[in-house]
Write a protein that binds this ligand. Structure first.
Ligand code: DON
Length: 307
């Protein structure tokens, strides 16, 4: 199997693609990232980690948080209630698109990975206040990563909160159609904090491992979510995890994965290991260009495709 030296070589190769990408700047604080950064960690069930690149760099989860919030609300409410508010179908549209919302009757976001669906999911996080709901989510993230130190970037959360006009419009659409019924500013406060939860690629890999092991943390020996919830999350990673690049990603790489505009990717090789990547240079669909190259090299070299 792979060695640290091989991973370092893959990182070097993949970094060459950074020049074709661009860091996200629609959330102003993310614009400060260095497009040439690239790090990866692979976490196996016996607790060993192989990594390469600067693995002390922290990445905000952004859309990767959508899969974690989904796992939490599915565990809390069950499939039936969650899928009353959000669908199961890929859109083939960009993550922030509003276009398909009007086409489904009665109105319902097509899946929980696009922003509209993720906002509906975050709305379902239980708790009496934004603080309590965020605390529950953060505790869940800490447990998944086995790291009680994980927190969020106040700077990134504030930067998104102050500029997220499109997400606010998605919220108002959802409110008009009865999918959410809370104050939009409160939901945006919770959602932007959720997206700003930050961690290293090693933490990301450990979370990927829990999904890979059907919701069980093999190191703590604890079932963190029901196996069915982990299965649903991995299925969404395959069908919608890389947005309108999910089809090509499934063919070329074939590993359940979820990206974020910070340049993070969480991937789960079922039954085998979790992968965490941080590479902020993005392609035009908002996925890490270097991260995807790195996964492609890994998947093709070690035949990791699940298909
Ligand atoms: O809502 C947003 O636009 C961001 N907080 C997250 C979007 C994102 O990460 C899309 N991923 N590639």
């Amino acid at each position: 199997m792979y060695t640290k030296l091989e991973l370092e070589q893959f990182v070097k190769q993949a970094k060459q693609y950074a020049r074709y990408g661009k860091v996200a700047d629609y959330i102003p604080a993310l614009g400060k990232a260095n497009p040439n950064d690239l790090s990866i960690a692979i976490y196996t069930p016996d607790g060993s980690v192989i990594d390469a690149g600067d693995t002390t760099d922290k990445v905000t989860l952004q859309s990767i948080s959508k899969i974690i919030a989904l796992a939490l609300v599915l565990t809390d409410h069950g499939e039936k209630k969650v899928f009353q508010k959000v669908g199961m179908e890929p859109t083939g549209d960009p993550f922030h698109s509003i276009a398909k919302l009007e086409e489904v009757q009665p109105a319902k976001p097509l899946n929980p990975m696009i922003n509209a669906g993720a906002l509906a999911v975050t709305h379902m996080i239980n708790g009496a206040s934004v603080e309590e709901r965020f605390w529950r989510l953060l505790q869940f993230v800490r447990k998944l990563a086995g790291n009680p130190e994980i927190s969020y970037s106040k700077e990134v959360a504030k930067s998104e909160f102050e500029t997220a006009f499109l997400n606010r419009s998605l919220c108002y659409f959802l409110k008009q159609h009865g999918i959410i019924n809370e104050d939009v500013e409160e939901l945006m406060d919770l959602y932007t904090k959720q997206c700003a939860i930050e961690m290293t690629c090693v933490d990301l890999a450990r979370i990927g491992l829990v999904f890979a092991m059907d919701g069980r943390d093999p190191l703590a020996g604890e079932q963190i979510m029901p196996p069915d919830v982990a299965r649903i999350c991995k299925t969404f990673m395959v069908t919608c995890g890389m947005y309108n690049a999910s089809g090509e990603f499934a063919i070329k790489i074939g590993i359940p994965a979820k990206s974020g505009v910070s340049g993070g990717i969480l991937a789960s090789v079922p039954g085998r290991f979790g992968i965490g990547i941080f590479g902020p240079a993005l392609d035009d669909k908002g996925n890490s260009i270097t991260g995807m190259k790195l996964l492609e090299l890994l998947s093709q070299t070690y035949s990791l495709s699940i298909f």
